[in-house]
Design a protein around this ligand. Structure first.
Ligand code: ITT
Length: 200
């Protein structure tokens, strides 16, 4: 295995992924770098299904080993919304400031554990011989009362980590990667890839 494609159009994810996979000794290409434009339609019912759909579609088109992530925010008091619809919540083109303010408003009157939430990430790897692997990671926290921090992307500014006394948007990238749903899922996948490395 000399190279792999990470199938995302999300620059925030790509930055995290590059750092986490840096020690795998494999060239990690974004879709853009691989010269692939369109993305697969994410019509699965779970994070894993969507990650598999994305990875398999791009693997078919490129013939390379492809990793994809499907991730999102589950808010317990909102029946795990926005969940697999996190990117689509209130519309793809709606700013995260508006999405974040909306979630804060929907939790008005709730305190402490009633604000519990988690980030979930499923990573799928699709191989040219048809094999597909998936891993999952989560990061537990609470929806905060305001937006804080300039780091990260998406819902990071409202994701409060009680154990650390700060918001995900305030974490430097290395620290977020060491705690995050994506960091956990991707490190598990990295171990799987290491086992297969000689074979591929
Ligand atoms: P790709 O499908 O191209 O990878 P996307 O942004 O559409 O990019 P997803 O379908 O996996 O990705 O949607 C995940 C959404 O969940 C993402 O856009 C954020 O809104 C949110 N999200 C996931 N991980 C996050 C993180 O680490 N920090 C903040 N928000 C996150």
């Amino acid at each position: 295995m000399k190279k792999l494609i990470f199938a995302t159009g999300n620059e925030g994810k790509m930055k995290e992924v590059r750092m986490i996979l840096a020690d795998l000794d494999v060239e990690v290409l974004s879709l853009k770098e691989a010269g692939i434009e369109a993305e697969a339609e994410e019509n699965g019912a779970t994070f894993e299904e969507n990650a598999k759909i994305k990875a398999a579609e791009i693997m078919k088109r490129s013939g390379e080993i492809v990793l994809a992530d499907d991730s999102g925010l589950e808010v317990d008091a909102l029946n795990k919304e926005p969940g697999i619809y996190s990117a689509r919540y209130m519309g793809y083109d709606t700013s995260y400031h508006i999405k974040n303010q909306n979630l804060i408003r929907r939790l008005e009157g709730k305190t402490g554990k009633e604000r519990s939430a988690r980030f979930v990430c499923a990573i799928a790897a699709a191989f040219p011989d048809g094999r597909v692997l998936t891993t999952r990671g989560t990061m537990e926290g609470e929806i905060g009362y305001e937006e804080r921090g300039e780091n990260g992307f998406g819902y990071d500014p409202i994701f409060y980590l009680p154990e650390y006394g700060c918001y995900s948007g305030e974490l430097p990238l290395e620290v977020k990667n060491s705690l995050s749903h994506r960091g956990k899922a991707l490190r598990l996948m990295k171990e799987e890839l290491r086992k297969l490395k000689e074979e591929l």
